[in-house]
Design a protein around this ligand. Sequence first.
Ligand code: FES
Length: 252
Amino acid sequence: MNDFIRVASTQEVPDPGKTLVEVDGDMVALFHVDGHFYAIDDVCTHDGGPLADGELREYTIACPRHGAKFDIRSGAALTMPAVRPTRAHHVKVEDESVWVQLSEGISTGVSESYSSNPSSEPPPQQPSPTPAPSNDSASSSVSTSSQLSEDVIREMLKEVKDPELFVNIVDLGLIYSASHEPVSGDSGKQKVLIDMTMTSPACPAGPQMISDAKRVLGNHPDVEEVEVRIVMDPPWSPDKMTEDARDQLGIF
Ligand code: FES
């Protein structure tokens, strides 16, 4: 088990306020809100954004990179594009000093906090949002007998879902372009070209989504080959999502 490390005096962090501290070599965002101290990793789980640089509102910190919000009490990811919690750490206040003990692993949504004001009870934790189930009607299945076109390709790609968000990759705004061209020879078959992005460069779901896209498009009788190019410029941002995707993720 890790030791508690003194990271600041209680007067060093205004209420409300935040600061960045180092604990055993890890960078930790320390928050002081309503008489209580909280500590979470200074790492946004979307793409590593520095959370201590974000905007603090009550018990929510917004990542300065793409706007994902986290609950400072539990580390829970509250909004897209982050879907995984960041690690929350144990905090105690003794003799007007703030002490932090690093958690061993990824937070499960419970952060112990100690009040600088013993008379006040810690506020209740906010539940971590659960992605809404996929709206199947939004994932239309196009007939494979439809003549190949960009619209048909995009409709077919709606069958491919991000395995973490359960929203199809078209409505997420991951498909930057879709086209097709004849393959060489006189087979009449087509090669489909897809420019696709990811919500972050290190997206772990990328290989699966690429494989699923190739499999789905390969079902069309006119398609002989599918090439999926990954492009990160321009980078994906939540405003690329359709209204359907926002509805499914509970973003308004
Ligand atoms: S790095 Fe934090 S929202 Fe993208």
